[in-house]
Design a protein around this ligand. Sequence first.
Ligand code: 6PG
Length: 482
Amino acid sequence: MSDTAGKSRIGVTGLAVMGANLARNIASRGVPIAVHNRTTAKTREFMEEFGHEGAFTGSESLEEFVAALEKPRRIIVMVKAGKPVDGVVADLTPLLDEGDIIIDAGNSHFPDTVRRTEECAANGIRFMGIGVSGGEEGALKGPSIMPGGDESAYAEVEEILTSIAAVVDGTPCCVHVGPGGAGHYVKMVHNGIEYADIQLIAEAYDLLTHVAGLDAPAIAAIFEEWNSGDLESFLIEITAKVLAKKDEKTDGPLVDVIVDRAEQKGTGTWTALDALGLGIPLTGITEAVFARGLSALRDERKAASTTLAGPKPGEGENPDSLVDDIRQALYASKVVAYAQGFAQMRAASKANDWDLDLGAMATIWRGGCIIRAQFLNRIRDAYAEHGDLENLLMVPYFTEAVANAQDAWRRVIVTATQQGVAIPAFSSSLSYYDGYRRERGPANLIQGLRDFFGAHTYLRTDAEGSFHTRWGQDGTEVRTDA
Ligand code: 6PG
């Protein structure tokens, strides 16, 4: 009898809803799968509820779980990011053999994935960090999958992963991203972009509510209409649904009784911090994180709302084209947020030697994930046509899209500012755009000041070398690199 007879091809440990749904998705493809959860009751519940759906082996201990798997063992870990992942890896390690594969499919921070890859390699275990996006439904019916790690390990799971992923135009939304932490890195940026997209939608909603004076059902209809144009995407689609939902208790719009304090689990902050480290301007995502922070200061905002002076939204002149202007501002800001996110991935790829194929990232984000959108086809086409791109804004399609939208975009920002509506993502995106298209900005003065107080030196536009002016002495300039 061969070693594989009667064994499962893959295992999932961690049967909370994401792990359970991923396991069911895998089983639905006819793959024999072992399932395990630290709390045995959960495994029993899973087997009772879903055991009939496929070739599951329910394991009550990690030993049983590992013994149920064919070699090399392929183990998906779907537990909370952070310490729980280290705990499972530590428990599994003594039970595994050389060449076995541990796959962390949670939202782990990529430096942890890099560390775990090294620790596992020291024990002969191949570790993969894979990004999985799409929430509960995606995990069950077809997520977008961003696998990172050793290529030989990926080859062992490629067939299963591509078979459970979402498919767009015949292409599965799953491709090997790169080594080490690359998969979790790309998932992190995906989440950062998700933050920016959501913030831009929230700003549009705020303007439609408080400047245009529309109610939630009317705004729902607007988003539904927008979803048939350039903005077509999962997030715009569900915005229409959330806004249209009636509250069972009050009979009014549900959104009107939801507390205006946004929570977050940390991936947006990681994305912003990473961009700061790389020196990449990432205004859209970072402002989205800050906006969630501001939303959380609910009590402070309440006090400030009666103390701090400013215009009242809705009490100013609105352009006739306001609603369509907001649509265009949303689209232009979205282009900027994606251009920034892709520039960040490009910089990280260079810094880490990941050789990321950014066109492929756009391709696997077209389906299954939270930021899935028509728009990603445009990004995919841009990379197919232009290869390594410094900035998506320089691709004719996007150059033109933003050029066409910019009058409306500027009008929205003026109107919002005059009426006192905060639009951090809209306005910082425009500032980035205006800054990026300036051949000469004001940083010459920054350099002058730095040289004045700290002798940090400056370059000249008309000469080679670096220079320092003896500001506090005789005022003469010296060359410092000669
Ligand atoms: C996904 C999502 C998911 C994330 C939630 C919540 O791709 O399926 O990005 O991974 O956990 O969107 O994130 P926040 O709680 O930070 O908003």
